[in-house]
Design a protein around this ligand. Structure first.
Ligand code: PTT
Ligand code: SF4
Length: 608
């Protein structure tokens, strides 16, 4: 095969052994790579009901056929596992030189199995694979770990690491890669910590073999140029995702006070313009000329890379309006290796619980020092931090009262930074996201705002499925960043051409969407198999707060989601996906997308 390396590197940490598995073209043609490979491996190999933090769970790092090629934004890697936060399928998309190096070392996928006997790090250098003692590095922040390993193995080494939160099994700990990139919101860092793996160092020296290297070069040159020439490019380079603060504020979607409101009175103090004034540098993933990482100095003078999600969740959502202080909290999250979205949610939840006197803990909106201390307590699982380290959904089971009404999650994964009081389509995107409440599979909000904001329409359901096919399907499987398309209007038609030049295989966009549907159905089957009789369509509902509490300010004052209409839209979504009224894929659908082998297991799990 060209384009794909055709090899999976497996490490059994319990036995201290590695082996290389060659896979055949049917895996590549049916699942493409990245998320497709990850869910196929987890479906085929995990025992039903496996404890996510046990040695039996597997942690998969999967590249796509475009990962690591000199093409725009191709340095992306999927990190996936059964999630300790949600109990379902979990993954994240991380920009990293480790992605490029893994492909150059000759592999498309790395699978970690078992558990190392002592804290370890993995050294992968082409065919040489070693499990080494990491006791000297255990307890270091992610940044310290990366610096140490860069000193030891050189600046070119691809590095993936966890911070202290991963070591302490915080349920929303992430994997951090060099340059402040973080991935795997549903606790992929905790799975790595449970395997006793502090870091993975990857160095490869092979050329990734492609079908038409000359053709690929021509396409790449054109593509990089087209990004540079796009009208939005200069502004994007100035603000990146931070421009979204102003947009969300204008459109009443900025999460404020634990998603009570969609506007924040002090939004200007935390927006992209304020960030521009503080900006001292720019960072990016491999082979990217968009470089969306904005570097600022935080309130202690250290460097931090605030993105929209980080600032909204650790700013307006917790009532904090000092951007440099927010940047400091963001740096702490990166250093400890904690997902900022879940973190901003659990902190907002804790402040609200304190306000309602459901917990005996003194913390208020915008209380920077209190929040800073709480983040440390979460990372090290101290006091209240130990409970919050379990995530909002689990915390409601201890805190009780009416806390389930304002615990902002779907299926256990905390909501990303878009309020949905007036966004039924976005609420459905969260409800049906394959990993719990994340925007990555279908950020329909922009389209919704510019078309039919309040509508619960069939067109909206169709748009949502289209976005899930492109974002959650095609991009997550190809192994490239979606931002050139999302932010700068880069044409989707370029991707089948890249794929043809890389692999020699001709696939239309429609073929790629069909793979996306296969992947989506297999992920859904995974959830249902794991949840068994606990599965219910209400798991596809957004949090009750948006149905029961109106906005009290902003352009949509008084607005609320309508549960009856949401249910109608959800049923329409199921129908279009070929799922039954409980959201379970029908036999005919599974056959249509080539997942016949799933049927028996699904029936057994759901009916038992
Ligand atoms: C992603 C989620 C996001 S989505 C953000 S900001 W965003 C937060 N970033 C965090 C961070 O930083 N540090 C931290 N400790 N926690 C963080 N949690 C949050 O994680 C990310 C970019 C972004 S920035 C986005 S939207 C796009 N996402 C892509 C995607 O999902 N797929 C794809 N093919 N391309 C994408 N391009 C963009 O990549 P998760 P990254 Mg991330 C520091 O990982 O788990 O998916 O959560 O990967 O390399 O940081 O790039 O406004
Ligand atoms: Fe990474 Fe941003 Fe470039 Fe995407 S646009 S590859 S997230 S730097």
């Amino acid at each position: 095969m060209k384009g794909w390396n055709g090899q999976i590197l497996r490490l059994d940490l319990s036995k201290g052994k590695s082996n290389i598995q060659c896979y055949d073209s049917s895996l590549a043609l049916n699942f493409l790579g990245g998320r497709g490979f990850a869910i196929k491996i987890l479906w085929d190999e995990l025992r039903d009901g496996v404890d996510p933090l046990s040695p039996e769970n597997k942690l998969v790092f999967a590249c796509g056929p475009l990962t690591g090629l000199v093409l725009p934004c191709s340095g992306k890697l999927i990190v996936a596992s059964k999630s300790p936060l949600t109990g379902g399928y979990g993954d994240g998309n991380i920009g990293s030189w480790a992605a490029v190096q893994l492909r150059k070392a000759g592999y498309d996928v790395l699978v970690l199995e078992g558990r190392a006997k002592k804290p370890s790090y993995l050294l992968i250098e082409n065919k040489k694979v070693e499990i080494l003692d990491a006791r000297d590095f255990w307890g270091l922040t992610s940044n310290e770990t990366i610096m140490e390993f860069k000193r030891k193995y050189g600046a070119e080494a691809g590095i993936l690491t966890i911070g202290q939160a991963g070591e302490k099994l915080v349920k929303y700990a992430t994997v951090i890669s060099s340059g402040g990139r973080s991935g795997g919101r549903p606790g992929m860092g905790a799975v790595m910590g449970a395997k006793n793996v502090k870091a993975i160092i990857i160095m490869g020296s092979r050329e990734i073999s492609v079908d038409d290297s000359k053709g690929l070069k021509t396409l790449a040159t054109e593509a990089f140029r087209s990004i540079l020439k796009s009208p939005g490019y200069n502004f994007w380079r100035k603000q990146g995702t931070m421009a979204m603060i102003e947009w969300s504020q204008e459109n009443s979607a900025l999460p404020t006070y634990n998603f009570k409101e969609g506007v924040f009175d002090e939004a200007e103090k935390i927006d992209g313009n304020t960030m521009e004034a503080l900006k001292i540098g720019q960072n990016g993933c491999p082979y990217c000329n968009m470089a969306c990482g904005n570097i600022v100095k935080d309130s202690e003078g250290s460097l931090s890379e605030p993105d929209y999600e980080n600032v909204a969740m650790l700013g307006s959502n917790i009532g904090l309006s000092d951007l440099q202080k927010i940047a400091l909290l963001n740096r702490l999250a990166d250093n400890y290796g904690i997902d900022t979205i879940s973190l901003g949610n659990v902190i907002g939840f804790a402040i609200e619980a304190s306000e309602r006197k459901l917990i005996n803990y003194d913390i208020d909106w915008g209380d920077f020092n209190g929040v800073k201390g709480l983040i440390e307590d979460i990372a090290f699982r101290r006091d209240l931090g130990n409970l919050l380290a379990e995530g909002t959904k689990n915390a409601t089971e201890i805190i009780r009262g009416d806390s389930t009404r304002w615990a902002m999650h779907v299926k256990g994964l905390e909501i990303s930074a878009y309020d949905c009081h007036v966004a039924p389509g976005m609420a459905l995107a969260y409800g049906t996201s394959p990993i719990g409440a994340h925007h990555k599979d279908a950020w329909i909000l922009g389209w919704e705002v510019s078309t039919d904001r309040g509508g619960y329409t069939e067109t909206k359901v169709e748009k949502l499925i289209e976005l899930q096919r492109i974002r959650g399907g095609m991009f997550e499987c190809l192994g490239t960043c979606r931002f050139p398309w999302v932010e700068l209007g880069f044409e989707l038609e370029r991707y089948p051409r890249f794929l043809k030049a890389a692999t020699g295989i001709e696939m239309s966009l429609q073929d790629l969407y069909t793979i996306g549907d296969r992947v989506f159905n297999l992920i859904r089957a995974f959830w249902i198999k794991e949840y068994g009789t606990r599965w219910s369509k209400t798991l596809d509902y957004p949090p009750p707060r948006w149905f029961h509490e109106t906005l009290t300010k902003g352009p949509f004052k008084g607005a609320i989601l309508d549960m009856r209409k949401y249910e109608i839209m959800l049923q329409l979504y199921y129908k279009k996906r070929g799922w039954d009224q409980n959201g379970i894929p029908k036999e005919i659908t599974l056959k249509k997308v080539g997942l016949e082998y799933v049927i028996q297991k699904l029936k057994k799990c759901y009916l038992k």
